[in-house]
Ligand binder design. Structure first.
Ligand SMILES: NC(=O)c1ccc[n+]([C@@H]2O[C@H](COP(=O)([O-])OP(=O)(O)OC[C@H]3O[C@@H](n4cnc5c(N)ncnc54)[C@H](OP(=O)(O)O)[C@@H]3O)[C@@H](O)[C@H]2O)c1
Length: 238
């Protein structure tokens, strides 16, 4: 069971995996703080949860802005007990490297890599002070296998893998767990509607990742699952 003093902050919770994770944590009784840029979508989730008498605490945040992340962390930690950060906000472009604009490349790196690093940077002092905490990163199968048309995305996810693998060695002594989730193709709006229509049956459901994450968060004792790779049973899409 979740203890009263526990709460999570999840970035990019307005759709897909983040939304499913937020809902799953709320259903097991966790205090859930959610962020994303589209506040109306976060409010819509609360409307969906109304009949279950559940609700998420909404803190709008664009993770690509370090100032916005700093302010949001201040507010969340002043108003909640948080012992878990889930770095989920992410974007991609599925284009050949030479066709990606500088803006697209900047957006992917700023959101997926820098955004996660900013969140970690501002949350970490709170976890160190408390002497415990969990950081869960939603990485991608691109950290395990080479795909075309994903160069900036692969760089962002490999970058976060490297950053957190190094960080993990620094923070073990503070009882801080770092868990890297490495999903294969998941049925979310990150993919075009054509791809989803054709492949939905062979994609992971965000709700299944959400259940896995709650289980990993709840693992007790001195064991931590540091990295976990999940794929559709049928394998990768390409
Ligand atoms: N779908 C897959 O096959 C797959 C596989 C492996 C890993 N992942 C990873 O899973 C994570 C979630 O993606 P998804 O598949 O669930 O796609 P999604 O449905 O498009 O969700 C992406 C989420 O990130 C948020 N976001 C984007 N830019 C943001 C920013 N600058 N600041 C704050 N929030 C931002 C979006 O909210 P707003 O637009 O409201 O800000 C949205 O809630 C990503 O990190 C992705 O790389 C996905």
């Amino acid at each position: 069971m979740i203890e009263d003093k526990n709460g999570i902050w999840i970035t990019g919770a307005s759709s897909g995996i983040g939304k499913a994770v937020a809902i799953e944590f709320a259903r097991v009784g966790t205090n859930v703080c959610v962020s994303s840029r589209r506040v109306s979508e976060l409010q819509r989730i609360n409307e969906e949860l109304y009949d279950e008498k559940l609700g998420l605490n909404i803190y709008p945040c664009n993770v690509a802005s370090s100032a916005n992340v700093e302010q949001t962390v201040k507010k969340i930690f002043a108003e909640n007990q948080i012992d878990c950060l889930i770095n989920n906000a992410g974007i991609t472009s599925f284009k050949k490297a030479e066709l990606n604009s500088i803006q697209e490349i900047n957006d992917i790196i700023s959101t997926n890599l820098l955004g996660s690093i900013y969140a970690i940077k501002y949350v970490l002092p709170h976890f160190i002070e408390k002497g415990n905490g969990t950081i869960i990163n939603i990485l991608s199968v691109v950290t395990k296998k080479i795909f075309k048309n994903s160069s900036a995305y692969a760089a962002s996810k490999m970058g976060l893998l490297g950053y957190t693998n190094s960080l993990r060695e620094e923070v073990r002594k503070y009882n801080i767990r770092i868990i890297n989730i490495i999903p294969g193709a998941t049925d979310t709006s990150m993919w075009s509607s054509e791809v989803r229509k054709l492949n939905s049956e062979n994609m992971i459901k965000p709700e299944d990742i959400a259940q896995l994450i709650v289980r990993l968060y709840l693992q007790k004792g001195n064991m931590v699952t540091e990295e976990i790779l999940v794929r559709p049973i049928t394998g990768d899409l390409n």
